[in-house]
Design a protein around this ligand. Structure first.
Ligand code: ADP
Ligand code: MG
Ligand code: ZN
Length: 645
């Protein structure tokens, strides 16, 4: 059993297992099926790659995204593990070659696209009696209750059934609620699986929700402080993706797009440009990202709210995989809820296929997502709570924990708002929220003048309050039924029975209202990240900002870590040198830079400054194979850098 540690070190270069990894490995090695639910970035691959090396025979991995198999296999080769893949990108010659080499037992791991199973695999392979393990990655795809059902995944059951002796089976997913979990076990026919759920908390992620008046401006603000960083912007429609991507490009951002409406060729090219750091910003629909192992994504911005928390957490979780601080920002607007509701209720076109239970289920999931977007509670505790974990109700690293909400007296503003609606109704008119707010704030827009609304006594009586705040109070009044919103096509604000309590009874009202504060530096980050925050860029051609740590502006996205200040400036020069070397090697080998070493590994080198092979082995992410391949080059740069100091 000590072998697993040896492999961890030699092939992968890690000192110890992360939570859950060892238990899963042990179960698989003892022949027990596994269902492992671990968040994105937790390290699921290692859980099957290590047993694959120790088991006698071949491990077959079913994975949904064929475009990434090549990278996965490359990474395994780089770690000295014989692996291959079967998917539609292979020519028939390559396909036959791969099969025959697999039959000759030349590989330890073989990735297979689920679509491939549909056509059946050659019996030479399935009857060879040497398939020791079948791994189902992204196993939630088997369940229609999941958020990414793939019919081809149903083939897996039959595939496993025809193998004799039955190999051990392992299912992995990042997100699984009770129903999905049951489905995975039942449909895949897992035999008394060892089930493991590791914590969903991702310490290094900063969660933020913004409710901007204008999303586009908000997006620009987010990006301004993140120039040169690599990030993903998720939009709900292809059209939005196209628009945003184009605008960003015209503003000088290195943006690229991805959605199902593009030609395969462009999709592949764009994905590669992003993974290989040739472009820094990926604007995409949810079609992008599954299986993307790019470890240096510094932010994930949702331009639209997703349909459920499962999708949100999976997509947001693509940030900061290497453990560096990263930001997950959701730009929310009530419009997102309306569009999602429409999509869910109209998802099944044929009347007879309508699955009311499924629709109701999906609407519940949407409700939970909306709740996340609108809560004033700690966002992290909301997310973790949703996945069944108890978490402290203050994390200090989300926009809600960094916003002080104060109980605020709103008696007077409430009276102003309700009487405005009252005046309008008295004159036989009703308008939407925006119009009511515009009247209250004394807007000079054309419509107001043409309706002579500027002659109302309530015109302009809230001119001194920020429109956003007026809206928040108005929303609260609607929520508490002091006002009502009705009408499908044009929702308008009207009075309710309770309205009189506000304007006639002068009922005292108060609510929690935010007081914006500056975001503080992330707390308790793992030591690994000491040099992470003030990075100027991660791409090979990134320009260095030269700004020392601890003197940042303190604005969002500029999390500064003071403790690293003294040797940071020095270390950054080195980091840049190591990056250049990595970029050169990556280019030579035609692999993404992170496959050579992750950013976390480079930073560990800055910290440990290894000069000999032995010291180099001490760096996180350096195994004996990588030491042999890259040790000399990297230690040479470090020695040279020290000499010049
Ligand atoms: P996921 O669970 O999302 O599939 P991956 O398997 O892609 O996650 O792993 C995410 C990152 O964590 C990878 O860069 C991987 O090399 C790294 N990793 C995995 N296990 C460990 C470990 N025990 N120590 C340090 N890093 C690890
Ligand atoms: Mg994975
Ligand atoms: Zn929090």
């Amino acid at each position: 059993m000590q072998e697993k540690f040896a492999i961890l070190k030699t092939h992968f270069g890690y000192m110890g297992f992360r939570p859950g990894q060892e238990e899963v490995i042990d179960a698989l090695l003892s022949g027990q099926d596994v269902l492992a639910i671990m968040p994105t970035g937790a390290g699921k691959s290692l859980c099957y790659q290590i047993p694959a090396l120790l088991l006698d025979g071949l491990t077959v991995v079913i994975s949904p995204l064929i475009s990434l198999m090549k990278d996965q296999v490359n990474a395994l080769h780089d770690a000295g593990i014989p692996a291959a893949f079967l998917n539609s990108s292979l020519s028939s010659g390559e396909y036959a070659e791969t099969i025959s080499r697999a039959v000759r037992e030349e590989y330890k791991i073989l990735y297979i696209a689920p679509e491939r199973l549909q056509r059946g695999l050659p019996s030479a392979l399935t009857e060879a009696r040497h398939i020791a393990m079948v791994v189902i990655d992204e196993a939630h795809c088997v369940s229609q209750w999941g958020h990414d059902f793939r019919p081809s995944y149903l083939q897996i059951t039959e595939f496993i059934r025809q193998l004799a002796p039955r190999p051990v089976a392992a299912a992995f997913t990042a997100t699984a609620t009770g129903k999905v979990r049951e489905d995975i076990i039942r449909i895949l026919n897992l035999q008394e699986p060892f089930t493991l759920t590791t914590g969903f908390n991702r310490e290094n992620l900063y969660f933020e929700v913004q409710k901007p008046r204008d999303k586009y401006t908000a997006l620009m603000d987010c990006l301004k402080t993140r120039r040169d960083k690599s990030g993903i912007i998720y939009c709900s429609t292809r059209k939005t993706v196209d628009e945003i991507c184009q605008t960003l490009a015209s503003r000088g951002f290195a943006s690229i797009r991805y959605h199902a409406g593009l030609e395969d060729e462009e999709r592949r090219r764009n994905q590669d440009d992003f993974i290989y750091d040739r472009k820094t910003i990926m604007v995409a629909t949810n079609a992008f990202g599954m299986g993307i192992d790019k470890s240096n994504v510094a932010f994930v911005i949702h331009y639209n709210m997703p349909k459920n928390i499962e999708s949100y957490y999976q997509e947001a979780g693509r940030a900061g995989r290497d453990g560096s601080p990263a930001d997950c920002i959701l730009l929310y607007s009530p419009q997102d809820v309306r569009i999602n509701t429409f999509l869910i209720t109209n998802s099944q076109e044929e009347e007879e296929d309508r699955d009311e239970a499924l629709i109701a289920h999906n609407l519940e999931l949407l409700k939970a997502m909306t709740f996340y977007a609108t809560t004033s509670d700690c966002l992290r505790s909301r997310l973790l709570g949703y996945f069944g974990e108890t978490a402290p109700n203050y994390c200090g690293r989300c926009s809600n924990c960094n916003t002080v909400f104060k109980t605020t007296d709103i008696t007077i503003p409430a009276q102003k708002i309700v009487s405005c609606v009252y005046r309008l109704e008295r004159t036989g008119r009703k308008f939407g929220k925006t119009m009511v707010i515009n009247i209250l704030r004394g807007s000079k827009n054309e419509k107001i003048r043409s309706f002579a609304l500027d002659r109302l006594t309530t015109y302009g009586i809230m001119a001194d309050m920020d429109a956003h705040r007026v809206r928040t109070i108005l929303d609260y009044l609607v929520d508490q039924q002091y006002l009502a919103v009705a009408g499908d096509e044009y929702p308008v604000v009207g009075l309710t029975e309770r309205s009189r309590e506000v304007i006639f009874d002068k009922k005292p009202l108060s609510m929690m209202l935010p007081q914006e504060t500056k975001r503080s530096a992330p707390l308790d980050l793992p030591e690994e990240d000491a040099f992470a925050a003030p990075e100027a860029g991660r791409g090979s051609r990134a320009v260095r900002s030269g700004r020392p740590a601890g003197r940042g502006t303190g604005s969002i996205g500029d999390s500064t870590i003071n403790s690293a200040a003294p040797d940071y400036a020095a270390a950054e020069g080195l980091l840049e040198k190591l990056r250049e070397l990595r970029a050169r090697l990556a280019q030579e080998k035609r692999v993404p830079a992170y496959i050579i070493f992750s950013d976390a590994s480079l930073r560990d080198m800055c910290r440990k400054m290894p000069e000999t092979s032995e010291q180099f082995l001490d760096v996180s992410g350096v195994g004996s194979l990588k030491m042999e391949k890259y040790g000399d080059a990297f230690t040479a740069v470090i020695r040279e850098w020290k000499r010049r100091l």
